[in-house]
Design a binder for this molecule. Structure first.
Ligand code: FE2
Length: 375
């Protein structure tokens, strides 16, 4: 088993749930209007669609933003009796829905629920003047949901119920292309059950595994397994805390998210140096990396296309696997709770996740954890 490449392991996934990619990522937030401004101004997302009182939706407002193939939905409730408030009260701003673009939303629901998935939304067909969309949904870890979206007979801006959102404020994009992977943090002894759930219910394959011997620093540790669908368009690494001298960063997340949930969304770019330079100029905060990381960079990763100077200036990390290399960097949490953050990644052949950077990365996270008094 261990001698198989990542690509060979992906081929072991089952095909009862064909997925074409991530359809959208929906956040429940306390103030969607202001969050939308942040993702436009800081991350370069473009206004795409809107639903709210002005479009006939009375209980919430949702702003849809797009950049490359990535769609973010930011939703806020309008009154205290809306159940979305419970999610925000407990978890703070966070990811509620990882929506998957499928060919058949009814079959996706049937195949997953008959294998044990808990229902979130029974299949339904929604329509407007632009056509029809079929949707359904199941729960995954914590209160997080996978929606299945079938949109082959739809040509509207987003989904029925949403209207095109034209804004006079349109900051340029920063070159973000698509969702590369979305990572979930689960509780103690919950990683293997969650992995088995993705195998049994979704037909995914476990393509990479890291234990606490590989992912540890002097103080804290975690374990991680990467789940992928058959074509590799959807990848969900699952993290679990591990015992260390001090508190694991996963424990800190679980404590402040008050449960399991999405830890980070990784977004791909074709030019990480330009993208990260622009994001930093617009106020996105990234984790720092000591200059010593760059002293032996080429000894560790071999020859790469980039000069070391801009990588060191921007604190971009590099790692290599059998199939190529990757460049990556992580933001600080994008809310006051130390919970959700983003990764920016550029793949140059590598299909892995930067295991060679885990130590440098986690030491950086621990410096931030220590500042918060949570290490
Ligand atoms: Fe990642």
């Amino acid at each position: 088993m261990e001698s198989l490449s990542v690509s060979q392991k992906m081929a072991q996934a089952q095909d009862f749930l064909p997925i074409n990619g991530t359809d959208y990522v929906e956040f429940y937030v306390g103030n969607a209007k202001q969050a939308a401004y942040y993702y436009k101004a800081a991350f370069g997302f473009q206004s795409l669609a809107y639903a709210g009182p002005e479009t006939g939706v009375k209980d919430r407002a949702s702003y849809v933003l797009q950049q490359g193939k990535i769609r973010l939905v930011l939703t806020t409730p309008l009154k205290s009796d809306n159940p979305i408030n419970q999610h925000i009260y407990k978890h703070g701003d966070g990811v509620k829905i990882l929506a998957l673009w499928v060919d058949d939303a009814y079959k996706s629901y049937e195949e997953t629920t008959k294998r044990g998935a808990r229902s979130y939304m029974e299949p339904q067909t929604i329509t407007d003047e632009h056509g029809e969309v079929k949707i359904s949904g199941i729960y995954t870890y914590g209160e997080t949901v996978h929606m299945f979206i079938e949109r082959k007979n739809y040509n509207g801006p987003f989904l029925p119920g949403y209207k095109e959102w034209k804004s006079s404020f349109n900051p340029s994009d920063v070159g973000l292309q698509y969702v590369d992977h979305c990572v979930g943090n689960v509780g103690w002894n919950r990683m293997n059950d969650t992995v088995k759930w993705y195998e049994d219910v979704m037909g995914f394959a476990n393509i990479l595994s890291f234990d606490d011997k590989q992912i540890n620093t002097e103080y804290s540790a975690l374990m991680s397994k990467v789940m992928s669908n058959g074509n590799g368009y959807v990848k969900f690494p699952i993290n679990e805390p591990a015992e260390g001298k001090k508190k694991s960063q996963i424990e800190e997340y679980l404590e402040f998210y008050e449960g399991e949930g999405v830890q980070h969304v990784a977004i791909a770019t074709n030019d990480i140096i330009t993208t990260v330079r622009e994001l930093k100029a617009r106020g996105v905060e990234f984790l720092d990396t000591p200059d010593t990381y760059y002293e032996e960079l080429f000894d560790r990763v071999g020859k790469i296309d980039e000069d070391v100077a801009p990588l060191q200036e921007l604190k971009i990390l590099v790692d290599r696997d059998d199939e190529g290399y990757l460049l990556q960097i992580f933001t600080k949490p994008v809310e006051d709770r130390p919970t959700l953050f983003f990764e920016i990644i550029q793949r140059k052949g590598a299909k892995s996740f930067g295991a060679g950077n885990f130590k440098a990365l986690f030491e950086s996270i621990e410096r931030e954890q220590a500042k918060r008094g949570n290490l």
